[in-house]
Design a protein around this ligand. Sequence first.
Ligand code: SAH
Length: 453
Amino acid sequence: MEAGGKRGKGRGMAWGDKDEKRGPGRRDKDGKRDMVRQGGDGRKTGRKAGEPMSIKTEGGPDRDIRKDPDSAERKKSLCPVSKRCGGCQLLDIPYEKQLEKKQRQVEELLKGSCKVVCPIQGMEDPFHYRNKVHGAFGYRKGEVISGIYKEGTHELVAVEQCLLEDKKADEIIGTIRGMLKSFKIKTYDEDTGYGFLRHVLVKRGFATGQIMVVLVTASPVFPSKNNFVKALREQHPEITTIVQNLNDRQTSMVLGERENVLYGRGTIEDELCGCIFRISSRSFYQVNPVQTEKLYAKAMELAGLTGRETVIDAYCGIGTIGIIAAGRAGKVIGVELNQDAVRDAVQNARRNHIDNIQFYHNDASRFMTKMAQDGERADVVFMDPPRAGSTQEFVEAVAILKPRRVVYVSCNPETMARDLKAFGKKGYKAMEAWPFDMFPHTENTEVVCLLSR
Ligand code: SAH
């Protein structure tokens, strides 16, 4: 489940969805702090409210400074707020160099625990790759503001268009900000607790084109709700569903528990590796679908399934890896700690007409240990743990279940390196690791590694 961002006590850093133990400088499974934007009052950037951020291309329309490492402008940041936002640590390093740096990091970390580190798979176009965009709304000195909280502070940073985020999503957030005044909608003030609109979350299925807008509000009563929805849809007919999420607590979480569908189905769908996945406002879904497809395809290749195997998808989330594997396996067992994600996984299996998969709501280590004690077996284990990695218990249980192969997907090569060593002691050799750049311009790298006995 995506429970939204967590902020530091009182003052507002906003964090993303995957890592329970968030804090300043920490990244989430989706590679980045959640972004919270400001439709600036111009005070901090010199730009007026609503004025778009532009990338100067003095060399003429054919020249793209994002791809030109030698351009003079590169000496300035590509993004006018990059320093204050802090979300893109590598933005001003040419992309090829970023990839080299990540490759070296992974090689260094896996040295001694994995035989081969293959070349990192980068993106052809490493911009605007995020399918999930998050804006927090506030109110300051007569101006509607929506912005990114600078890391560890409560300072709002104006961003009209983020280089990582889907452009359409950014546009929609800008439109909503522009509508607030005429609808007399007050934005929420965290200090006083007054006001209505707290955040806007936009999710877009890149393959299907479906768009979900989540309006996070501090109270359930939405003045001129129908007219607001109508006006928003008139400006953006591409929106397929609009959800009101109620967050009336003094909390660091972005999303609350209760929801009210204002338009459409309340969920969107996306397609990955030929399977359809339902995405709800609160369930986790990889933020870079272009790279996710490549990553999953590699994971499938490494698993070497023939159609007969018993497969475990540990830390399965909404069931993506297991559902994709099910067509090439005898049966699949998915295990996941988050109940909402398990519910989505069950729905997703049905949606894809897959009947050889079962999902269990449990701690992965406990579940695997129980399987081992019960004398069950498995041929292939996929594992995709959160940033903290897996556990000794998990590794020991795998050693008893004796799968031929373990395919380990990780968003944190540091904990992966630790776990590979533990597997090594149990007779599993890490044969090849494939880094994927899931989060260009940030420090994070995703790695898939094949272990075998
Ligand atoms: N494989 C999925 C999700 C990976 S994210 C995908 O690609 O979309 C990691 C998942 O591990 C999250 O869904 C999280 O809820 C789950 N998780 C975290 N700790 C867990 C634990 N101890 N046991 C089982 N699942 C856990």
